[in-house]
Design a protein around this ligand. Structure first.
Ligand code: SAM
Length: 326
């Protein structure tokens, strides 16, 4: 771990670098919660719903033995999901040193009970900025990957065109032909719609708020300047840092330049309605407990949490070309 490129304090940081650092510091500082703290979180059902959505994406697209690249892997919250999909190898990359340490602890097992049940795949963890570093230089021995995942994090690359391009260049360089890129990120259409519906430059509910700066007072976003559209996002017990709008139609066009073709894009509400119909995923939802199971004593997602989930979308892209024949 720590393949160079770590985000230590340095003089002369550009503006983008210092915002990337603010994001890294925010996530690094978030400590692991105890089970009790997690269950008492005001957004516990939203967290469970997000886990369900990530699990569905992984179950739909990962194959046994796959080589996985998890960009912005955080504390390794998806390790168990990849284990259930029986993947063969895992590389996790994140900018936040604290998160990479937690991810390593989770992978190694931090209690005696967990230590007995090891993950079935070998793993490598790297601490670097996925949107600045050329990851193919770190990962030439591990590539090509069958599947790349970037969950709740790709929007941190849209602070500049160079970073957005580096993110896609990394994915494209490391995926095999026919390889899959799955992810989740804020749905810019919903965010801009909410902004225009609100009286001022802020909107939200009891669990989140989003605040745009005065430079967006006219609420106009010219297509000629799609990068660096910045807002502050606060989600109770989860996020409190700058984020960037990703206009999805431009993301799709940019991805095509890197040989990544759109397979699927769905707002979380549509995603839930569609995949909750499928028995295997209904059962998974019941086990995770995100939506309760209809019994009166079961708590469920609040209206405010459901509104937050509407702010996000899931996407799937495929790297052009034919997979190598076995
Ligand atoms: N993917 C994980 C998950 O779903 O549990 C973590 C999601 S968390 C909301 C966002 C993650 O993106 C944080 O771990 C943060 O450190 C990481 N991140 C943000 N900017 C990054 C960058 N430039 N390079 C690598 N990781 C980054």
């Amino acid at each position: 771990y720590g393949a160079g490129g770590g985000y230590g304090a340095q003089q002369g940081y550009s503006e983008e670098r210092s915002s990337a650092r603010r994001v890294a510091d925010h996530y690094s500082a978030r400590s692991n919660q105890t089970l009790e703290e997690r269950e008492n979180s005001p957004i516990i059902h939203l967290k469970k719903l997000n886990n369900w959505i990530k699990s569905v994406l992984i179950q739909l697209y990962a194959r046994p033995g796959d080589c996985v690249l998890d960009l912005a892997c955080g504390k390794g919250g998806d390790l168990i999901k990849w284990d259930k999909a029986k993947v063969g190898y895992y590389v996790g990359v994140d900018i936040a040193q604290g998160s990479i340490k937690d991810c390593m602890t989770r992978y190694n097992g931090d209690t005696d009970q967990q230590r007995r049940k090891k993950f079935s795949f070998p793993a490598r963890l790297i601490c670097t900025d996925c949107y600045e570093a050329r990851l193919d230089e770190y990962l030439y021995e591990d590539a090509p990957f069958d599947i790349c995942s970037c969950q709740f994090a790709l929007h941190y690359s849209w602070s500049t065109e160079a970073r957005a391009r580096q993110a896609l260049a990394n994915v494209s360089a490391l995926l095999r032909p026919g390889g899959i890129f799955i992810g989740t990120m804020p749905d810019a259409n919903v965010i801009i719609k909410r902004l225009r519906e609100s009286e001022g430059l802020e909107f939200g509910n009891s669990v989140y708020w989003i605040s745009f700066g005065e430079e967006y007072a006219e609420k106009k976003f010219p297509a000629s300047r799609p990068f660096g559209i910045n807002y502050k996002f606060h989600l109770e017990d989860a996020v409190d840092c700058p984020e960037w709008v990703v206009p999805f139609h431009l993301f799709k066009l940019l991805a095509e330049e890197y040989d990544l073709e759109l397979v699927l894009m769905k707002n979380f509400h549509e995603f839930v309605h569609e995949y909750l119909q499928k028995p295997e995923f209904t059962e998974l939802m019941r086990r995770l407990g995100a939506l309760g199971d209809g019994r009166q004593d079961q708590s469920t997602l609040s209206q405010d949490e459901w509104e937050v989930s509407y702010l996000y979308l899931a996407f799937v892209l495929r790297k052009r070309g034919q997979p190598p024949t076995q």
